[in-house]
Write a protein of this length. Structure first.
Length: 156
């Protein structure tokens, strides 16, 4: 895998998106996809990510179909963990303050159905002040990741 893109998406939470592509991948033969969650436990974040991935890929010109006929199998996972970090302040003699935040990660992998080879991977990470904005930031993370995935119309 070679590093293809490192980008920052400007937003309040600034998700960091990194994508990589397998060398010599020809995307011109791929037209269809099927999305599968790596973690099969249904939860609101998983449903949100799946819907956003499907919407983004359809907007790029790909068709969603059943896995037996799909050119690409799209595996994804998302995670939101509550974390704490110490920050320094100019009060009480410069003492530390414990700050709570949510660390979010989304990963999207594209595999060819016929041989299972991973041909593309995108990852986004973001720190949020609270879980209240998780739905919006999850959508932004998917958009940041898939912004670099080739459109069906992008043919060389």
């Amino acid at each position: 895998m070679t590093l293809a893109v490192l980008g920052l998406m400007t937003a309040c939470a600034n998700p960091l998106s990194v994508s990589s592509i397998a060398a010599d991948t020809d995307f011109s033969s791929y037209e269809t996809f099927h999305v599968v969650a790596v973690v099969q436990e249904p939860n609101p974040l998983t449903r949100m990510l799946e819907e956003d991935i499907i919407d983004q890929l359809i907007a790029k010109g790909y068709r969603a179909i059943e896995p037996q006929q799909a050119d690409l199998i799209v595996l994804f996972q998302g995670q939101a963990l509550r974390k704490q970090r110490a920050t320094h302040g100019d009060f009480f003699g410069g003492c530390c303050v414990i700050e709570e935040y949510v660390k979010g990660t989304a990963e999207i992998d594209f595999h060819t159905r016929h041989d299972g080879q991973r041909i593309w991977r995108g990852v986004a990470r973001v720190d949020l002040p609270s879980a209240r904005t998780l739905d919006v930031e999850a959508s932004r993370a998917v958009a940041a990741i898939l912004d670099e995935f080739p459109d069906r119309g992008d043919r060389d």
